[in-house]
Design a protein around this ligand. Structure first.
Ligand SMILES: *[C@@H]1O[C@H](CO)[C@@H](O)[C@H](O)[C@H]1NC(C)=O
Ligand SMILES: *[C@@H]1O[C@H](CO)[C@@H](O)[C@H](O)[C@H]1NC(C)=O
Ligand SMILES: *[C@@H]1O[C@H](CO)[C@@H](O)[C@H](O)[C@H]1NC(C)=O
Ligand SMILES: *[C@@H]1O[C@H](CO)[C@@H](O)[C@H](O)[C@H]1NC(C)=O
Ligand SMILES: *[C@@H]1O[C@H](CO)[C@@H](O)[C@H](O)[C@H]1NC(C)=O
Ligand SMILES: *[C@@H]1O[C@H](CO)[C@@H](O)[C@H](O)[C@H]1NC(C)=O
Ligand SMILES: *[C@@H]1O[C@H](CO)[C@@H](O)[C@H](O)[C@H]1NC(C)=O
Ligand SMILES: *[C@@H]1O[C@H](CO)[C@@H](O)[C@H](O)[C@H]1NC(C)=O
Ligand SMILES: *[C@@H]1O[C@H](CO)[C@@H](O)[C@H](O)[C@H]1NC(C)=O
Ligand SMILES: *[C@@H]1O[C@H](CO)[C@@H](O)[C@H](O)[C@H]1NC(C)=O
Length: 449
């Protein structure tokens, strides 16, 4: 490869300054703990915990290249400071559901971090750097058994752990690799965090990989780039309290629920607050949703300055979808729990302001819409909209005539696989409040100006 002298200079100065969020020079992390492995059937978690205790500050913790580690009990390392976790080994959770449930039941609220994550990392300046070799650095969670065991109308079987909580400031997650997660992958929380070159593979050979979110973000100045996420729920879900989030140069798909803002406003007493979110240069394959916003009826809050740009969709059921009447699919368990919809007082909406969608191209999944997770009639993902034709390039559903403001669509070039004309469902995005909408807000053929 030819490197120009200008590039070389830039590289050198980046190294000298320590590119933000990346590996710092080893001098600031003089301690090193190499995690031993039984390389067999024993639980390696005690050795891992020992390494995290010994090397909790100004350290590098090394999982050896290509070596297998059994992580049969959760790892909580929540007092880290300036630590690099060099994940070159391959981790294995217990393969049986009963064993995970037994551990979760036993350790819940004791060592089982946050009551819900198998791995919990917390503290300033944490860099989790996986192997750049595609064969190594995997976390194997054996989720297939969990997905297959989930009844069709179920909301997930008991004691499902989330995979990882990553809470830091000025940190990074690079080459994170997750194979068949049991459910949610990474909760990213904090400030100034770069996630890059992640690979999440929740492809199923059986049932729907229920709730396998890629990245759930509650933070500020978070970047997620150059990653591949194949899963069965949101590839990214930007949650309340998130500001300045960038999601770019990623490929997402399989039965993914796309690039989501929300859900917001589920807790009616809480003011949802999200701003400055940018999604760009993303390929979306076979997913249920591409660009998605979801908030609950009767919620409150503001989502402002959100953009999706240069998005390629292939065989996507709902390329652009906005709903302010979101409900979780499911049984009475979901509906009557925290996300109660029956009896919710419809006294507000999470307001949406300055949203734009531009330069979309590709196809709508007309022939086999959805993701196989639909067990309600009408289907949960139709969000109460009757008579969908699966020719809809755009669905915008505002709960009131003032809850959507300054929406702008530009250069949306998406066609149904049937080669029928693309259509739109548009409710309450009024011309007065949305002068740049780019088409008439009404149902029918999508005819941009
Ligand atoms: C781990 O075990 C495998 C198979 O038993 C063996 O090939 C490999 O060399 C071992 N690795 C280490 C680091 O001991
Ligand atoms: C971090 O926690 C571990 C395990 O709880 C403990 O052994 C260690 O002393 C703590 N380190 C610091 C720097 O507090
Ligand atoms: C774990 O707890 C759940 C819920 O409390 C229970 O349904 C399940 O049987 C328990 N599993 C084991 C293996 O203890
Ligand atoms: C709407 O009603 C719920 C339930 O009474 C309440 O908690 C919430 O604060 C109300 N929202 C607003 C914006 O008043
Ligand atoms: C929403 O978040 C922004 C940015 O952190 C903050 O400036 C603003 O005060 C928040 N609004 C409310 C109502 O909490
Ligand atoms: C909107 O958000 C982008 C980041 O996505 C930011 O660069 C821009 O300054 C924001 N615009 C306003 C008006 O705050
Ligand atoms: C489109 O996606 C659906 C659902 O994931 C899948 O069943 C179908 O085979 C895909 N169709 C094409 C043409 O790729
Ligand atoms: C799921 O539950 C709903 C509501 O109880 C019922 O109408 C539907 O037939 C069930 N679906 C399956 C696949 O069991
Ligand atoms: C547009 O379509 C939606 C969903 O099918 C429906 O709820 C709404 O009433 C329709 N609006 C008009 C004006 O027909
Ligand atoms: C559209 O807005 C009006 C006025 O705010 C509201 O009454 C109506 O329910 C909204 N329509 C839908 C389908 O949400």
């Amino acid at each position: 490869m030819l490197i120009s002298s200008a590039t070389a200079l830039a590289l050198l100065s980046a190294l000298a300054l320590g590119a933000p969020g990346y590996q710092r020079s080893d001098t600031s992390r003089p301690q090193r703990c190499i995690v031993p492995s039984s390389n067999g059937t024993a639980d390696d978690s005690p050795a891992v915990l020992k390494a995290f205790a010994r090397c909790a500050t100004d350290s590098v913790i090394v999982f050896k290249e290509g070596v297998n580690y059994n992580i049969f009990t959760p790892i909580s390392a929540t007092n880290l400071s300036n630590v690099e976790i060099r994940m070159n080994g391959n981790l294995h959770l217990p393969q049986s559901i009963a064993e995970v449930q037994r551990v979760v039941n036993r350790t819940n609220r004791v060592t089982y971090s946050d009551g819900q994550h198998w791995f919990a990392f917390k503290g300033p300046s944490i860099d989790y750097i996986g192997s750049s070799d595609i064969n190594n650095g995997w976390i194997n969670s054996y989720g297939q058994a969990w997905w297959d065991a989930n009844p069709v109308n179920g909301t997930g079987i008991d004691s499902r752990p989330h995979l990882m909580s990553f809470k830091t400031t000025g940190g990074s997650l690079k080459y994170f690799k997750s194979r068949k997660p049991i459910a949610w992958n990474v909760q990213v929380e904090g400030d100034d965090i770069t996630v890059s070159h992640a690979f999440i593979d929740a492809e199923s050979t059986g049932s729907f990989p229920f709730n396998t979110d890629g990245f759930d973000v509650t933070g500020t100045n978070v970047r997620i780039t150059d990653s591949v996420i194949y899963n069965g729920d949101d590839a990214i879900a930007v949650q309340s309290g998130s500001h300045n989030i960038l999601f770019e140069r990623n490929t997402i798909g399989y039965q993914s629920h796309g690039m989501s803002i929300g859900s917001l406003g589920e807790d009616q007493t809480d003011f949802a607050n999200v701003s400055n979110i940018h999604f760009e240069d993303v390929t979306v394959i076979d997913a249920v949703y591409g660009a998605r916003f979801k908030s609950w009826i009767g919620g409150q809050g503001l989502a402002k300055n959100i953009t999706w740009k240069n998005i390629r969709v292939y065989n996507v059921t709902f390329p652009i979808f906005v709903t302010q009447s979101y409900v979780n699919q499911g049984s009475s368990q979901t509906q009557l729990g925290d996300g109660q919809t029956t009896g919710r007082i419809n006294n507000g909406s999470v307001m949406m302001e300055d949203f734009s969608w531009s330069d979309f191209t590709g196809t709508i999944n007309t022939f086999r819409p959805g993701d196989g997770s639909c067990v309600t009639n009408p289907c949960w993902y139709d969000d109460g909209l009757p008579d969908l034709k699966h020719t809809e390039a755009v669905i915008i559903e505002c709960n009131t005539d003032t809850s959507c403001k300054n929406f702008a669509l530009e250069n949306i070039q998406i066609i149904p696989q049937s080669m029928a004309a693309p259509t739109v469902v548009c409710i309450n995005a009024t011309a007065e409040l949305n002068p740049q909408l780019g088409f008439d807000c009404k149902n029918g053929t999508f005819s941009p100006f």
